[in-house]
Design a binder for this molecule. Sequence first.
Ligand code: SF4
Length: 255
Amino acid sequence: MKHNTGKYLEKRVLRKAGTAIHDYRMIGHGDRVMAAISGGKDSIVLLKILSELKSSAPIDFEIIPVHVSTGFEKDFDRVRDWIYDHLGLTVEVFDSGIDEILEHSSDPEKSPCALCSRLRRGILYSMAQKEKYTSIALGHHMDDIIETFLLRCFYTGQVGGMAPSRVSNDGKNRIIRPLAYCKAELVDAYFKTFEVDPVANSCPKRVDGKREQVRGYIRLLEKDIPTVKESILSALGNIDMKSLCLKETFSAHPY
Ligand code: SF4
């Protein structure tokens, strides 16, 4: 099988997603999984993989695709139609009006992305709770996770990332990231085998300079350490707590 065929790439993504789902017990029998669909390639791949797994996995679960429209997306209907025609799923669209909220409430000196993500997250959380969905699946992949880890480390002086599976801060929702073991390049290559263009986003703040910079650092590192991404992801789940610079809350003496 050629390495760039849809079937070969699908097998690879499915294997990695299946392993992540298994390792983090992301999906169980009877689950109602809400899939957040921005219309970008990662979210479309997420939905395709979930629907492939649904038809082949021994467990029965439901997939509910939801699109929270910020007002910046162009031509989402085209993607929605593709999803319906190819995956047989109807995407629920929620018009959030976030573009107008950002226009009136953001400080022009600050990036509106944190507020934008908070608003979108809030909408997804309340929809999931209202409809009793058991989890919210997001399309973040391995590169997103390690970039976030490095960004937090470099710019906020904090060790943290994006967990493949976690309970939300309010304790009421479960977030899952089935593509956590898939590199961006694999997701991109697989997406290219679909006959659909991702939704264009006209947000004027689209370019994230810091994230781009961190991507550049990772690319440089990869030249010397080809498995650097896998190593960082693995390190995030293999923490030697005693060697961190935590201020101890207990006596250091063994007696
Ligand atoms: S780039 Fe625009 S749409 Fe994306 S998170 Fe930032 S404000 Fe929201």
